[in-house]
Ligand binder design. Structure first.
Ligand code: ASP
Length: 338
């Protein structure tokens, strides 16, 4: 009797999926898993100096370390996601926090969001300019306000009122991002339309985690797109577009040309396909990026993780800064060939 009880779920699953690659229903899940990204874009090995390549890898490892220590100690997926993202926000290498890109007017407008897979609680900030760690601001919206999404000056006032770590505007100055803005403005002058350099911007950061209690969380943080204007917001702070987490399906964080990720509600779309169809996480993620977004010109990537610890890290750009860690396994990669 006991034997047939255990056999039944796997048998049903194989008939339903008709797919030998489908992992068995009672697969052991890893005690914990953390997956991170540092943005997708025109990232080619030929353009990268060995020193810059290794600086990125060291920082990705550091982000994994900071989240893993929390997960290994039995901490929450939410805390691990926040910790990993804070490390990348503090680095000038990534387009988030310290290394955020500049708007057309030479300012920095930061966006972030976070979601808890246990109960679908979520928080987001858009167009903020004072928080050292936008991901903490998003989390504070979730935990300390009755709202989900705060933007602009109001969000900045909230950040000051609740006492988050704040910085002055010059904290966000980096020569590299300033030069990118000047270049984007020059290009724009030579063209008729207004563009915001979707091909050259990269560095948005994100993390998804599965904790020892079986819960998922996801977070994303960005400076948006170089040369953006009119208080443009991308997908990163939009729950369901750039970020989603639901223990009934998966956790997702996206990077890429935000307008497309919003229109196709990419993060939620992936979670819905996993929840309502027999599609494998990896196949569903690829299908959205390659069959839906790519044909209409939407480039980018995403990281995703389900409650069995299965991972997907697909992208349609040249590269994506990415990595994951689980007990006994750790990977950091940048280029397509890796
Ligand atoms: N998705 C971000 C945005 O559109 C940018 C990126 O991921 O690089 O704002």
């Amino acid at each position: 009797m006991k034997g047939s009880w255990f056999l039944l779920p796997a048998t049903l699953l194989m008939i339903h999926s008709g797919c030998e690659q489908q992992q068995p229903a009672r697969q052991e899940r890893p005690a914990y898993t953390l997956v991170i990204h540092g943005g997708a874009g025109a990232i080619r090995q030929s353009d990268m100096s060995p020193a810059l390549d290794s600086a990125y890898r060291i920082k990705l490892q550091e982000a994994l370390d900071s989240g893993e220590v929390i997960l290994a100690g039995g901490g929450s997926a939410l805390d691990a996601v926040s910790a990993a993202i804070r490390v990348m926000e503090d680095s000038p290498l990534f387009n988030a926090g310290k290394g955020a890109v500049f708007t057309h007017d030479g300012t920095n407008e930061l966006d972030a969001s976070i979601m808890d897979g246990r109960d679908l609680q979520a928080g987001a900030v858009g167009g903020i300019s004072l928080a050292r760690h936008p991901i903490d601001a998003a989390r504070a919206v979730m935990e300390k306000s009755e709202h989900v999404f705060l933007t602009g000056q109001g969000a900045d006032r909230f950040i000051v009122e609740i006492g988050l770590d704040t910085v002055s505007p010059d904290y966000f100055f980096t020569q590299r991002r300033w030069d990118s803005l000047l270049k984007a403005r020059q290009q724009e002058e030579g063209e008729s339309g207004i563009r915001s350099s979707p091909d050259t911007k990269f560095g948005t950061v994100g993390a998804v985690a599965l904790d020892q209690h079986g819960h998922l969380a996801a977070g994303t943080s960005t400076g948006g797109m170089t040369n953006k204007r009119w208080n443009r917001l991308g997908d990163s702070p939009v729950i369901g577009a750039g970020t989603w987490a639901d223990d009934r399906s998966c956790a997702v964080s996206c990077t890429g040309h935000g307008e497309y990720f919003i229109r196709y509600a990419v993060a939620h779309e992936l979670a819905a396909r996993v929840r309502y169809t027999s599609a494998r996480l990896e196949d569903a993620a690829r299908a959205i990026l390659e069959d839906d977004l790519l044909p209409v010109g939407g480039l980018g990537g995403l990281i995703a993780l389900d409650t069995l610890g299965r991972i997907a890290m697909p992208f349609t750009t040249d590269g994506m800064y990415r990595g994951f860690v689980r007990p006994g396994e750790r990977v950091v990669a940048i280029y397509r060939e890796e």
